[in-house]
Design a protein around this ligand. Structure first.
Ligand SMILES: [Zn+2]
Length: 81
């Protein structure tokens, strides 16, 4: 998992990109911290949104991930709404 994914996860949990960045930076050494500071807030917001979208599109029966445009689960065949 890369920095962006972790930040997106934290942003979701804390409700704010700034809070997520602060919390994440507190765990990192200087090199990683510097890399995290170069990630724009927009990218974190976009990743957090993508993450929520992905979380929403799971098969209701077997829990398999459904691609955004897929309307039928490829694992169990259940039709998505
Ligand atoms: Zn399924």
């Amino acid at each position: 998992m890369n920095h962006l994914h972790r930040l997106a996860e934290l942003a979701d949990r804390t409700g704010s990109v700034e809070a997520a960045r602060d919390e994440y930076l507190a765990r990192l050494d200087a090199d990683d911290g510097l890399a995290v500071l170069t990630i724009p807030a927009d990218a974190i917001v976009a990743a957090a949104e993508a993450r929520r979208t992905r979380a929403a599109s799971r098969c209701g029966r077997c829990g398999a991930r459904l691609p955004a445009k897929r309307h039928r689960c490829s694992r169990c065949g259940l039709s998505a709404k």
